[in-house]
Structures are given as structure tokens and as C-alpha cells.
Design a protein around this ligand. Sequence first.
Ligand code: Z5A
Ligand code: MG
Length: 219
Amino acid sequence: QTGQSSNRGAFIVVEGLDRSGKSSQAARLLERLQTANIPAKLMKFPDRTTAIGKTIDSYLRSESDLDDRAIHLLFSANRWELATSISSALHSGTTLLCDRYAFSGIAFSAAKGLPYDWCRAPDISLPAPDLTLFLDVAPEVARERGGYGEERYEKEEMQRQVRVMFQRLGEETSGSGGGRQRWVTIDAGQSIQAVEEDIWRAVEPLVHGVDNPLERLWE
Ligand code: Z5A
Ligand code: MG
């Protein structure tokens, strides 16, 4: 028997369209885990606090302009600069929640028209989530929610394209041969409480640790 039990924390990513409730749900899930005495931590991408993150922030608020490919690579670099802390947190037994990840990176840049495979390449080999929760909501519903339209990608046609890209990513992720990575679509058009319960049902089997080794994305 070679397979040593690693019992690491689970890596759970929350993805979805703008205003689908990712940040609200990630915060609720963190609180729920902490109440259950499960060591848990929340990360968010873009992480706007690093030097790369500050450049991204200024771009998103339309204070600066960048070539589409340059900003794409910065989003990916922002994940790579935190990749080691992701795997160390998981291996120390912490359950890690992540508000957006590589899937957003690909969906947004591909929606602008960059080639899908080119978009995916820089994120290959990042730590792979055990579970991705895709919060799906119709753009017409999202538009009615608070804060919509403040940043550069928050236009309805762009959001429609992004949704198509996320659907493709979901199919490729859950269909990828033999891996243990799961993609679960959550109906984010429901009430905040109903979404929270759907999320908890998907997350609960993972909260006491994961035995299989941490995989890498698209390897
Ligand atoms: N981006 C990229 O291009 N490449 C990358 O690699 C990455 C990101 C990682 C900023 O992201 C932009 O970066 C984003 C993708 C791009 N593009 N845009 N635009 P961000 O994560 O910083 O975006 P944000 O400002 O946090 O907004 P958000 O993520 O779109 O919102 P959310 O987190 O999904 O929703 P929320 O803040 O939890 O809720 C929004 C509002 O809706 C709020 O008033 C809630 O109270 C309300 N809400 C939430 N749930 C519900 C339900 N169920 N019913 C009714 N109302 C609700
Ligand atoms: Mg958010």
C-alpha cells in the first residue's frame, strides 16, 4: 500500500457571473465552517493588495488601459504569486475557499475574443480545486442587483459571452478523465438562504478533509 492518507483541507472555488452572489456566499460559507470548528480560510482573486493586484485594480476601475493579453497574464500571475500559500494552507489542514479563480480568468478574456486555448495556457498546473461551485444567474436578474455596472466588464452582452465560456469550462472540468475535480452548478437566482443551503449540500462531504493528493489544473 503506497497511498498515504494526506488528509488535507479541501480546496473549494466559488465562480460565477457578476453579481451572482459569490462574495456573499463565500462569506456565509466561511462563517458556517468556523462555527463548526473547521479550520477555514477565504481568499479572493483578483487579490488587489499585491503589486500585481494594484495594477489589476486600476485597470478594472478604468483608471488605466492595458493590452488584452497583458492584463490576462497579470490576472494569471496574481494567482501564481499565491499558489504556494494555497498549497501550504491546504496541506496544513485548512479548508480553503476561493472567491473566483482561473475559470474567471479564462471566461472573461475568451469572452473578449482571445483564443480559448491561449487563455487557458498560463493557468495550467495551478493547484486544482476539489470542488468548483458555479453560481449561475441570468444576466437580466444580475443586472437588478446592487453595484452592477460600476466596473468595466459589467455590460450585458459581455456577461452573456462570459456565461457561455463558463458553461464550456464546466463541461471540460467535470468531464476531464478520471480526475477528482468536481464542478457543480448552483441556481443563484434563488433567495440568498436557498443558495446557501444548496452550496452547503455540495460542500459538506468535503469539510472533514480530503484524502487524495492535490491535483494540478489541466494536467
Ligand atoms: N476577472 C478577470 O477578468 N480575470 C480573472 O482572472 C479574475 C477576474 C480572477 C472583478 O472581479 C472583475 O475581474 C470581474 C471578473 C474579472 N469582472 N467584472 N466585472 P471581482 O470578483 O472583484 O468582482 P466583484 O466586484 O466582487 O463583484 P462580483 O464578484 O461580480 O459580485 P458577487 O461577489 O458575485 O456578488 P455579491 O457581492 O455577493 O452580491 C452582489 C449584490 O447582490 C449584493 O448587493 C448582494 O446583496 C446581492 N445578492 C447576492 N445574492 C443575492 C440573491 N440570492 N438574491 C438577491 N440579491 C442577492
Ligand atoms: Mg464578489
